[in-house]
Design a protein around this ligand. Structure first.
Ligand code: 5GP
Length: 190
């Protein structure tokens, strides 16, 4: 997606050789027309896959997951990170290390929203080491739902997450692939 790449070049801030700040377009502020375009692209790639639900993790995956679900005409469910008074007691919970917070957090999905009849498309904003993704994949496995594939907005392919997930035989599609953040430059694969 050329428009996305252009926005990342324009607004992305390199914080270190591993971390790219994308607050202006993904993690704090979002541009609805760009998000809808991302959703349309994921929907196009998974059109024939009989997706019954789109799933993501709170919070930065939500806008793109919503846009994808809108284009596919299916519901979207997001794993919650905080237990509240209204949280369903009957939920799948997994503990995952957080790349940006440097701590371990819990993610949970109510058992009532996942079933063995579901064929899920897992959408997320960025993949680094793949910990968040693996946590949600474990939940999907416990629910005995099928995982049709994953759609990731930004794959940082210089970290191992996407590769290890593909090696598990899971289809993972990304919209842009960042191969490095060295010398103050965002390197894309093409
Ligand atoms: P992982 O679990 O794959 O190591 O990290 C995934 C999550 O950490 C993403 O959902 C994203 O929110 C956050 N993350 C990982 N790398 C980056 C990065 O370079 N920049 C930003 N802004 N977030 C990141």
């Amino acid at each position: 997606m050329e428009r996305l790449k252009q926005q990342i070049r324009e607004h992305g801030k390199i914080l270190s050789d591993k971390v790219l700040k994308l607050d202006a377009l993904l993690n704090h502020q979002v541009e609805p027309s760009l998000i809808m375009e991302m959703g349309q692209e994921f929907a196009r790639r998974f059109q024939g896959d009989n997706i019954t639900k789109v799933i993501t993790v709170e919070s930065s995956g939500i806008p793109v997951a919503f846009a994808t679900a809108c284009h596919l005409g299916v519901p979207m469910v997001f794993a919650k990170r905080k237990k509240t008074l209204t949280t369903d007691e009957d939920c799948y919970m997994e503990r995952v290390p957080s790349f940006t917070k440097g701590i371990v957090t819990d993610i949970m999905v109510s058992k009532s929203f996942l079933s063995p009849q579901d064929r899920l498309l897992f959408i997320d904003d960025i993949i680094a080491n793949g910990d968040a993704a693996r946590g949600l994949i474990r939940i999907i496995e416990r629910a005995e739902s099928q995982l049709a594939g994953m759609g990731i907005v930004v794959e940082k392919s210089f970290q191992k997450g996407a590769q290890t997930i593909r090696e598990q035989g899971i289809r993972l599609e990304s919209l842009v692939n960042i191969t490095g953040l060295t010398d103050g430059i965002i390197h894309f694969d093409s």
